[in-house]
Design a protein around this ligand. Structure first.
Ligand SMILES: *Cc1c(COP(=O)(O)O)cnc(C)c1O
Length: 351
């Protein structure tokens, strides 16, 4: 366990001092007994959405709690994981004073949010195998380093870092380790949510945007100690998860077997796509994938990207990311889509 972890010392002073906005729905909680709601200046004519949504998303959190086997007080929901990540910055990082560590090539939002919040982003590149460089991370850490962002499986490299290396960070870093598990449902590794009891400095984020097929509703999930969740809860916008999102998420979570079935199909397609990409002459390296996308090094990424566009196929050009020279990222689609991609790549290879 981390020896000197002190959550109270990490929280910004203004966050510690502030009182949260108290909404009408917060002040009156015994909703079951009440019949007449004249407290929130809502339009009284029922249309299914005329009332403010539950600010604590009780039903949705209960469903998630059951599905993931994690108590409700360890869960916070956000308008996408992007909002959750922003709340984490705002709770712990003092503008123009604190810093964070990120490990490129990785998800771009950590750097964007650091800039937005006037926080220095200390970038420690992954090693050539796309693994964590623990020595340099440790060297870059100062007393003002509040957060380390680890994306596992990592976007865009598609690998999951060695669990021992992540555990090492959790054990030695006195700030908070944020593990972004947007792609965990495609991974052979198990979620770090099972280690929340072991590490008071652990935050895990997940999302309904990828495996759950609900990118359009914007629902991000944060799992952490009850103490961390209470801090984030205090600063979140009161009604950050709208009613339609809560309803649609509940619907989706009530059929986990459908999600599992789709994940299995995607994983099967991933295997097929990787085998085909490996046979293509314009592709030099196909990196192993623990996610629903595949990173591949091609002969000329800009040229191949443009050629795919002319065939109506949009992929992600990651070639300007450190360590990803000439790399394209392919999301695993349906069988039909993947066949089209493979055919297009075969066509452009012989032009
Ligand atoms: C797609 C993605 C997310 C999802 O963000 P949402 O705001 O929940 O849609 C988060 N982290 C990573 C690394 C991603 O690639």
């Amino acid at each position: 366990m981390t020896t000197d972890f002190n959550l109270n010392e990490l929280v910004r002073d203004n966050v510690k001092a502030m009182k949260p906005y108290s909404s009408a729905r917060d002040e009156f909680k015994a909703i079951d007994g009440a019949q007449v709601f004249l407290d929130a200046n809502e339009n009284p004519f029922e249309n299914g959405l005329n009332r403010y949504p539950d600010p604590q998303q009780g039903q949705l959190k209960a469903a998630l709690s059951k599905l993931k086997n994690i108590a409700v007080e360890h869960i916070l929901l956000g308008n996408g994981s992007d909002e959750v990540l922003d709340l984490i910055f705002r709770a712990f990082c003092e503008p123009n004073k604190d810093n964070i560590i990120s490990v490129p090539p990785t998800y771009g939002m950590y750097g964007v949010l650091a800039n937005l919040n006037a926080i220095e982003n200390r970038e420690i590149p992954l090693d050539p195998d796309f693994e964590l460089d623990l020595d340099n991370i440790s060297r870059a850490t100062s007393t003002h380093t509040k957060l380390i962002f680890i994306c596992a499986p990592n976007n865009p490299t598609a690998n999951t870092f060695a669990p021992n290396a992540i555990e090492n960070l959790l054990k030695t870093f006195n700030g908070i380790v944020v593990i972004d598990e947007a792609y965990i449902d495609f991974s052979k590794h198990k979620s770090w949510t099972s280690r929340l009891e072991d590490f008071p400095n652990l935050i895990v984020t997940q999302t309904l945007s990828k495996a759950y097929g609900m990118a359009g509703i914007r629902l991000g999930i944060c799992y952490a100690s009850a103490e961390i969740i209470a801090i984030l809860n205090k600063i979140k916008p009161p009604y950050n998860i709208n009613e339609l999102t809560q309803q649609k998420a509940l619907e989706r979570l009530s059929h986990p077997e459908k999600v599992t079935e789709e994940i299995q199909k995607i994983l099967k397609q991933r295997t097929w796509l990787i085998s085909k990409l490996k046979q293509n002459t314009i592709i030099e390296t196909v990196y192993p994938s623990d996610a629903n996308f595949v990173l591949a090094k091609v002969d000329d990424a800009n040229k191949r990207y443009d050629q795919l566009i002319t065939q109506g196929i949009v992929v992600r050009n990651r070639s300007n990311q450190p360590g990803c020279e000439n790399c394209l990222r392919f999301t695993v689609g349906t069988q039909f889509e993947n066949i089209k991609l493979v055919k297009a790549l075969e066509d452009i290879a012989v032009i």
